[in-house]
Design a protein around this ligand. Structure first.
Ligand SMILES: Cc1cc2nc3c(=O)[nH]c(=O)nc-3n(C[C@H](O)[C@H](O)[C@H](O)COP(=O)(O)O)c2cc1C
Length: 332
């Protein structure tokens, strides 16, 4: 991280990030989520201003702005209240599965600071659908909420959706993680989406796997088309890229953040072309600046999601991105 980044991100760049980064990633995540439980002026810390020009309709859900929080930051769905108060246009909790999961062996998150990246092999640790539903019922709804779900088994997936859907504005089916073995299987995804449609009238987003090799690209674009035919209301494009990482217990993980910045708008425009812009696309991957948001919107996205830049730029990132998107503002 350069000196300029530290200055741009204010107190977080000079004090917050060095303090968090002095701890191992999972420990700093626990500190961050404990802080979120405190009664703090999160709206002021987020620094978001509202402007009618920034409002977005995402599958019939009105968003105050197009910048959302991606799945994985709040795997318990306990902290979506304060996270929404930071000013996100929408927040995604989970990924949640029917039964609680412990996730992969540790270490399972490492930072690659020089690339402003994170590599994780979390393996979807989560408290299970019942506990997550209780957390959602208890948490205040401060921004439209989505629950990310990923069961493989059809009946478990249906139960998860039935438990979570009453507490959220939409469902995001995670077909993107290395933990979704069916991620390249349009027939299974179609069965899941059709079953969900019979159980909830909430909008369904499908989070696509990363478009890596040319072969993958064709498969993922086929999956996007199949998702639309199966009634998905929107697509999220996309997730971490698989990579070797000897510091992880599993030796491999998914990289997020900086290395995805250039790819995301390209992927969005490929997906937009493949589906003829029939449903909204949410861009996800490496979004750090207002310019990154703008490029994704110009490529055909209706909204964006971020995770890694929240770690690198701190809770003021939402306000910083939003201020840069206001008409007549310099991009930041
Ligand atoms: C530590 C970590 C955990 C994640 N967990 C999930 C998850 O449970 N479900 C999911 O769909 N994506 C998960 N993701 C992926 C993010 O939602 C996002 O797609 C990816 O990190 C790319 O966005 P970014 O570059 O803004 O981080 C996780 C990412 C990280 C870094």
């Amino acid at each position: 991280m350069g000196r300029r980044d530290g200055q741009r991100d204010g107190w977080y760049g000079t004090v917050g990030r060095p303090a968090f980064f002095a701890l191992p990633p999972e420990a700093s995540h626990r500190v961050a989520t404990s802080l979120l439980s405190l009664p703090m002026p999160w709206e002021r810390i987020g620094g978001v201003v509202d402007d009618p020009s920034l409002e977005v309709d995402l599958c019939g859900i009105r968003l105050r702005n197009p910048v959302g929080l991606a799945a994985g930051f709040d795997k318990t769905c306990r902290h979506l209240g304060p996270l929404g108060r930071l000013g996100f246009g929408f927040v995604v909790g989970g990924t949640i599965t029917r039964e609680a999961r412990k996730g992969s062996a540790k270490p399972r998150i490492v930072r690659a600071t020089e690339r402003r990246a994170i590599v994780n092999s979390m393996g979807l640790p989560n408290p299970g659908a019942e506990a997550a539903a209780e957390n959602l019922a208890r948490a205040s709804s401060t921004a439209p909420r989505f629950a990310s779900v990923a069961d493989e088994d059809l009946s478990m997936a249906i139960e998860t959706v039935e438990l979570l859907a009453p507490h959220v504005d939409g469902i995001e089916l995670n077909a993107s993680s290395p933990n979704a073995p069916w991620r390249h299987d349009p027939a299974h995804m179609t069965r899941l989406l059709e079953a969900f449609r019979g159980r909830t009238d909430r909008p369904l987003l499908l989070k696509l796997p990363p478009l890596t090799t040319d072969g993958d690209r064709t498969t993922v674009l086929d999956l996007a088309r199949a998702a639309m035919e199966a009634g998905a209301h929107g697509l999220v494009c996309s997730n971490t890229l698989p990579t070797e990482e000897p510091r992880l217990a599993t030796g491999r993980g998914g990289i997020s953040g900086g290395p995805l910045t250039e790819r995301t708008p390209r992927n969005v425009s490929d997906v937009a072309a493949a589906i003829g812009r029939a449903v909204p696309i949410v861009a996800c991957g490496g979004i750090f600046t207002s310019e990154d948001v703008r490029r994704c919107l110009d490529a055909g996205a209706s909204a964006v999601q971020l995770y890694t830049s929240l770690i690198y730029r701190g809770p003021g990132i939402v306000g910083s991105l939003i201020r840069g998107l206001l008409p007549g503002r310099i991009l930041a």
